[in-house]
Design a protein around this ligand. Structure first.
Ligand SMILES: CC(O)(O)CCCCCNCCCN
Ligand SMILES: [Zn+2]
Length: 668
């Protein structure tokens, strides 16, 4: 199933008609720059084009009041003076004779996306729209927004398709207060937003944008705010919040549909956000949401005011929706202290609502000042410099890396063209494997199985990996006689011969895995139901689930809160996933694991399974081919001792692994 793209150039046909420094950045070129970049890159041609349409009155009234709609209906007939007058009653927004028409198209475009996804015409999609939506409220326009496109879409999906739970992820750099107000007492809509806040000094200066706004009444816990109190946030800050707040809550919420308020003013170069995350981060943010709700993801453009970074970010997002391998995120740093404080505050505020946080550390939080903030005059409306950049140096960043298109054969099961012992000889003579290595491998395997098929296995694995690294195939699945032996020998000898770092993930009980690499060429994460061998090295991490790998909520917490951050920090060139016999891990969880691991190493994942596990081959191949994992059924709380043990393990490891941190040093 494909990816829908909704775009209509009619939505470029309104603009600011008078001088207003607060609104001048919201220009029609935002849409044309985004769309033309998709056309130039060939991405628009790979999407299913879905036409825009005007939202009906009834659809707009799902969120807005009649008097507001009636008032906006009058704007097409207003004189310039009337429009200016009309605009004065709202904040940081402007009207135009054609903006009502465009606002209906913007809202209708997102509804078209919802229809295409809910009727199974496409898997996911994006709507390039303006005016944006997430600031507009029931009875008011605000922040360039007229109708709340995404809030209307959420209500529409529930009403028309009986969707039970909707997750709204708002990665725009501004707080979508309109969405928060709309759903704050509604437990069927989980709203997550991060936003530039600077302790209420940043627009829209709302006290309720802080982390302690968790929702009201039965909606308590279903509103998650992560305020950024400093500018300059980077990729590692964003990923930490996804791994340690959003994703665990999202999986526990188990949505039927994911809507994204896709604002790209959170990217580097944007004059509003002043952040430093690079456009390719949106490839990963999108990917991390794509295994929820069976892949039903609907993104709607919100902000983004630097046309270069906006266009690059839109392309990164669309290319991921299409299923292409992700770019590797180079040299992630430790999340900054301010980000860690925000992370810790959000986790603490939600501790009582989410089982994944039940065992989280609970250090005291700083006092939130309740006194109204006093904005210094210049902070109210920064004087517009002639050139935005001239106030600060113009940001420059590298063009996002060219992302390989999906290889022809994206998952290959042990090509049988390399059979028997001669295969290994061929490899060794071809120089692919030095003779010394051949002997080492052979004695590794001979104890596992008789010489013949052990040798055959080795040569097949090597072939599979070579094809992967030449991107001839994306990933692979290998059935081997002895998974533990194959995994270790592969990690120790084969893989480290061809890539700089191998992430080895072992699922299920096994011995002989505590293979110590001091040079860090392999990182082994072993998730099992029994004590792994004790940790001798930073690069061998046994994760024990007392309830075994069949405990999906414990397993998932280990994956999201430990494995993902470790993987991002380690940044492997290859992922090796070994499924030990009788691991007990469920098919759904297994597919989610594969889906998430595909985000590393440009999707180069090699799965090793015991030869007799045919039953699991189907689900494995499907996940390797990029089909969305089956949604996990409702997750209970992880067993107390597991939840507690995982939190303790994370705290112990964070000295070595910075991406595992979730608390800032907060002197209260
Ligand atoms: C969709 C969106 O969240 O990007 C809209 C942002 C509105 C910002 C209003 N203040 C602008 C101050 C100009 N320096
Ligand atoms: Zn914004």
């Amino acid at each position: 199933m494909g990816t829908a793209l909704v775009y209509d150039e009619e939505m470029t046909k309104y603009k600011l008609l008078w001088v207003d420094p607060a609104c001048k950045i919201e220009v029609p070129e935002r849409l044309t720059a985004s769309y033309e970049a998709l056309v130039r890159s060939g991405l628009s041609g790979r999407c299913v084009s879905v036409p825009a349409r005007q939202a009906s009155d009834a659809e707009i009234l799902l969120v807005h009041s009649e008097e507001y709609l009636e008032a906006v209906k009058k704007t097409p007939y207003m004189t310039l003076e009337d429009l200016k007058e009309f605009t004065l009653q709202y904040g940081d927004v402007y009207f135009h004779p054609n903006i009502y028409h465009c606002a209906k198209l913007a809202a209708g475009s997102v509804l078209q996306l919802v229809d295409s996804i809910m009727t199974g015409k496409v898997r996911n999609g994006i709507a390039l729209v303006r005016p944006p939506g997430h600031h507009s409220m029931r009875g008011a326009a605000n922040g360039f927004c007229v109708f709340n496109n995404v809030a209307i879409a959420a209500r529409y999906a529930k009403q028309k398709y009986g969707v039970k739970r909707v997750l709204i992820v708002d990665w725009d750099i501004h707080h979508g207060q309109g969405v928060q107000y709309c759903f704050e007492d509604d437990p069927s809509v989980l709203y997550f937003s991060w936003h530039r806040y600077e302790h209420q000094k940043f627009w829209p200066h709302l006290r309720e944008s802080d982390y302690d706004s968790v929702g009201k009444g039965s909606g308590a816990g279903f509103n998650i705010n992560v305020p950024w109190n400093k500018v300059g946030m980077e990729n590692s800050d964003y990923l930490s919040v996804f791994c340690h707040v959003l994703l665990p809550a999202a999986y526990e919420f188990c949505p039927d549909l994911v809507l994204v308020c896709a604002g790209f003013d959170s990217a580097i170069g944007d004059p509003e956000g002043e952040m430093c995350a690079t456009p390719d981060i949106f490839a990963h943010l999108t990917h991390l949401l794509m295994n929820l709700a069976g892949g039903k993801l609907c993104a709607a453009l919100e902000g983004g005011y630097n046309l270069t970074s906006l266009a690059q970010s839109v392309c990164q997002t669309v290319q991921t929706l299409l299923g292409d391998p992700l770019p590797r995120l180079a040299n992630l740093r430790s999340p900054c202290i301010s980000a860690l404080e925000s992370l810790q505050c959000a986790r603490s505020a939600h501790r009582q609502y989410w089982s994944f946080l039940k065992h989280a550390a609970n250090p005291p939080l700083p006092e939130i000042s309740t006194k109204p903030i006093k904005l210094a005059k210049e902070e109210e409306e920064p004087a517009e410099t002639a050139e935005e950049e001239s106030s600060g140096e113009a940001k420059v960043w590298p063009e996002p890396p060219q992302r390989s298109c999906p290889p022809v054969c994206s998952a290959s099961v042990l090509p049988d063209d390399v059979a028997g012992a001669d295969g290994l000889k061929r490899l060794s003579t071809s120089g692919a494997l030095q003779p010394r290595l051949v002997n080492k491998l052979k004695n590794h395997f001979t104890k596992a199985a008789d010489d013949g098929d052990a040798v055959a296995t080795i040569s097949r694995l090597h072939t599979l990996m070579e094809k992967m690294l030449t991107n001839e195939i994306g990933n692979g699945l290998a059935l081997v006689p002895d998974v533990a032996a194959a995994t270790m020998c592969f990690a120790q000898d084969l893989a480290s011969d061809l890539v700089d770092r191998v992430l080895v993930v072992c699922v299920g009980n096994a011995t002989g895995l505590n293979y110590v690499t001091t040079d860090g060429r392999a990182l082994v994460v072993h998730i099992s139901g029994e004590d792994g061998e004790e940790r001798k090295s930073k690069y061998y991490i046994p994760v024990r689930l007392k309830q075994g790998c069949g405990d999906t909520s414990g397993f998932l917490q280990a994956v999201l809160g430990l494995l993902l951050p470790l993987g991002y920090e380690y940044d492997p060139g290859l992922v090796l996933l070994g499924r030990m016999p009788e691991s007990g891990v469920g098919d759904g969880m297994w597919q989610q694991l594969i889906g998430l691991l595909r985000g590393f190493a440009k999707g180069h994942t090699l799965v090793l399974m015991q030869a007799n596990e045919e039953a699991c081959m189907g689900p494995t191949a499907s996940a390797l081919l990029g089909h969305p994992a089956a949604p996990l059924q409702e997750l209970g709380a992880p067993f107390p001792q597991d939840g507690d043990a995982l939190e303790r393990l994370r705290e112990r490891l964070q000295a070595d692994w910075k991406m595992l941190q979730t608390t800032g040093r907060m002197d209260c």
